[in-house]
Write a protein that binds this ligand. Structure first.
Ligand SMILES: Cc1cc2nc3c(=O)[nH]c(=O)nc-3n(C[C@H](O)[C@H](O)[C@H](O)COP(=O)(O)OP(=O)(O)OC[C@H]3O[C@@H](n4cnc5c(N)ncnc54)[C@H](O)[C@@H]3O)c2cc1C
Length: 320
């Protein structure tokens, strides 16, 4: 039986683990992927104390700190498949069907990338269509790519892709950007980025290779272009080798929803000022919650996790 099960290996999960460990709680820190969204940030310039640091390097520092509490923290990489309330405690089912019990749970599951839902998107997913420009741009050296979106991840992604790709089309449905002005300015300086504004992508086009000749491996499917809802430079298609869809993300609230936790009107996990949900013993921190004005940042995730850990500690103390 753990005092607290923390679900998520992003900045919120690691921070909550550090605080819970220092409260001398018995912690299970479990998550599907190490580092979470932080691993996809190419360059972080707003984590206090670090003028500039790569996202994966920052996340590695967090992990190192969290797992340094060897007496307190059990670290596990596994997806949590299910959760149910059993009396005043919680049973979580991990992939592989291992069951663990926690007196409290802190959800720090972040968010899932949004899909466009257009023709060709699923078919070419992983074959030229990806959801993380900063992670995958490296594979498109001297190629042509399209980045779709107008927020931070799209604009940052376009700037990063421009460092390796020969040409980057930044396709956005509006003519102004939601992204931080820092990144918009940076991408405007890039000579190989072309802005395709006030256009929606309606289809990902790809080739369907003919069957392989005897004895040869069949060629794999690949993206060859995108189709727009209205012409750009006289054509409604643009030839590209890769498409990075960066249109934001939805809070990963499946598990707390299953338990009966309330969501806010935007679909985020509803928490109060102490990061408590409506279910006693269940707390939330980071990108999945309604807190911090929905401002999804490293600093807000860490702050929320600090408060969630303190609340879990207070809850456990009150029950003694
Ligand atoms: C490209 C990009 C660049 C960014 N740059 C910056 C920046 O410069 N500065 C800044 O402040 N913010 C930046 N952000 C935002 C920042 O990355 C996020 O706000 C932050 O990482 C959120 O942390 P989190 O811990 O809430 O969630 P996440 O980092 O998303 O972590 C969620 C964790 O939960 C796990 N998980 C989810 N579901 C389950 C499940 N069912 N079972 C087990 N585990 C599960 C995941 O595997 C993951 O480990 C950037 C985001 C992107 C996409």
């Amino acid at each position: 039986m753990f005092d607290v099960v923390i679900v998520g290996l992003g900045i919120a999960g690691y921070t909550a683990a550090i605080y819970c460990a220092r409260y001398k709680l018995k912690v299970l820190l479990v998550g599907a992927e190490e580092g979470g969204m932080g691993n996809t940030a190419a360059e972080v310039g707003n984590w206090p104390g670090e003028i500039e640091i790569r996202g994966p390097d920052l996340m590695e520092k967090f992990k190192k700190h969290a797992v340094s509490f060897t007496d307190q923290v059990t670290f596990k990489i596994a997806r949590v498949k299910d959760i149910q309330k059993m009396g005043s405690e919680f049973e979580l089912v991990l992939e592989g069907d291992e069951k663990v019990m926690g007196k409290t749970v802190i959800f720090a599951t972040g968010s899932n990338k949004r899909h466009l839902g257009i023709k060709g998107e699923e078919e070419f997913s992983g074959k030229g269509v990806t959801y993380c420009a900063t992670c995958d741009a490296f594979f498109y050296r001297n190629k042509t790519v399209a980045v779709i979106g107008g927020g931070d991840s799209a604009v940052e992604g376009a700037a990063i892709a421009a460092q390796v790709a020969a040409k980057v089309y930044l396709v956005h449905r509006k003519n102004s950007f939601r992204a931080e002005p820092y990144w918009v300015e940076k991408v405007k300086e890039k000579k190989n980025v072309e802005f395709v504004l006030e256009r929606n992508i309606v289809e990902v086009i790809g080739d369907q290779p003919s069957p392989a000749a005897a004895g040869l491996r069949p060629a794999s499917k690949k993206v060859t272009g995108i189709k727009l809802d209205q012409p750009y430079n006289g054509s409604d298609t643009i030839a590209v080798d890769g498409v990075f869809i960066e249109i934001g993300s939805n809070p990963a609230v499946e598990l707390p929803k299953k338990l009966g936790c309330a969501l806010d009107t935007k679909g985020f996990l509803q928490v109060d000022e102490a990061q408590r949900t409506n279910i006693a013993g269940i707390f939330g921190a980071g990108d999945l919650t309604s807190a911090s004005n929905h401002f999804a940042q490293f600093t807000t995730a860490a702050g929320e996790a600090t408060v969630a850990a303190n609340s879990a500690f207070n809850y456990l103390q009150a029950g003694k």
